[in-house]
Design a binder for this molecule. Structure first.
Ligand code: LMR
Length: 333
């Protein structure tokens, strides 16, 4: 069946189902564990959605890439095989919306307060609008946290990444970030990282601690340095045709459920990362190193070139807006 016919058929079935009072199912697929900020927030949304729509909508959450891996899930959303996702912001570059890669720049945000100035302001709204011509409607930004580097060898200076293969998400900015310190970037689906680390296909990776711990990467990485060098968070998105086809009252209830889930997600993100860090430490398998201010600054300086090299790709305008809001200035490093 061709793509357009599939969409027409899916919309017709939805309309008939709703008219007959049938339950609407929203498949919500994601790639991380259930006990992560995103995993917990998606379950929270499912519960709220059932409550507020009085059972008219059932949200089925599929964690840990049970339905789709990174790249496949975006395609599945566009053809309507799955209705809702919360991919990390890095995953919108490959879709052709390169401005999203602005979030991948090293050290561009100091903390989540800096980040929220962007995601909750005009830039966030304009980024979401860019998804619509691709058949995607953006509903919310959900936090995870800041990424740290891990490997089987200690990481104290940028030179410690030299010649090492690092798994990254599919982002040109992240590629450049690894290259800036002499590392070798390897794009790979999230579900494949544990095994790649275990078998030595890659030497290291970068993650918020909640992802590191819940994927059990501490079993296969001896060293973790809390570089907090870059941000990883999510955009919750739906298939636009599906969303627009919902009755207005149901859509309103789901918007309310999403609003509450977003407050919840952003409230628990830091707590989840903190408790995961405790888990890593308790495991005794990974040595956790907190870099000194000077050591962290050395990474910041080493990676400053990423900002100049990748500005044209991502768009100078969006970068300047972010710099203005956050006070970050790569030229002053
Ligand atoms: C990754 O691929 O590292 C992340 O996008 C996983 C996630 O969704 O947090």
């Amino acid at each position: 069946m061709n793509f357009k016919l599939k969409i027409v058929l899916a919309s017709a079935l939805l309309a008939v189902g709703l008219a007959a009072g049938a339950q609407t199912v929203i498949k919500f697929s994601h790639v991380v564990a259930a006990d992560t900020p995103k995993g917990k927030a998606s379950e929270f949304f499912a519960k709220k959605a059932a409550e507020l729509t009085k059972g008219k909508v059932k949200v089925e959450v599929y964690a840990n890439s049970a339905l789709y891996k990174d790249k496949e899930e975006m395609e599945a959303l566009q053809i309507g095989s799955v209705q809702m996702l919360a991919p990390s912001l890095a995953k919108f570059g490959p879709l052709g919306v390169k401005e999203f890669e602005a979030f991948d720049f090293p050290f561009i945000f100091d903390d989540t307060a800096d980040l929220h100035k962007i995601t909750q302001g005009a830039v966030g709204a304009s980024l979401m609008a860019k998804l619509e011509p691709r058949g995607i409607k953006g509903l919310a930004f959900w936090d995870n946290g800041f990424k740290s580097f891990s490997a089987n060898t200690p990481i104290k200076t940028p030179a410690d990444l030299k010649g090492k293969k690092y798994r990254i998400q599919s982002s040109k900015v992240l590629e450049e970030q690894i290259r800036s310190v002499g590392g070798i970037p390897q794009v790979m689906a999230f579900s494949e990282v544990y095994q790649a680390l275990q078998t030595g296909v890659v030497d290291g990776t970068e993650n918020p601690i909640s992802n590191f711990y819940t994927q059990k990467m501490h079993e296969v990485q001896k060293h973790l340095t809390l570089t907090n060098h870059g941000y990883l968070g999510y955009a919750v998105i739906v298939n636009k045709k599906f969303w627009d086809g919902l009755p207005a009252d149901v859509r309103g209830q789901l918007e309310q459920a999403m609003k509450e889930a977003t407050t919840y997600a952003n409230k628990i993100a830091q707590e989840e990362n903190d408790s995961s860090l405790e888990g890593v430490k308790k495991s005794g398998k990974t040595a956790v190193y907190v870099p000194t201010k000077e050591e962290r600054m050395a990474f910041k300086k080493a990676m400053a070139s990423v900002h100049t090299k990748m500005a044209d790709r991502v768009g100078k305008e969006i970068l300047q807006t972010i710099y203005k809001e956050t006070g970050f200035d790569p030229e002053k490093l």
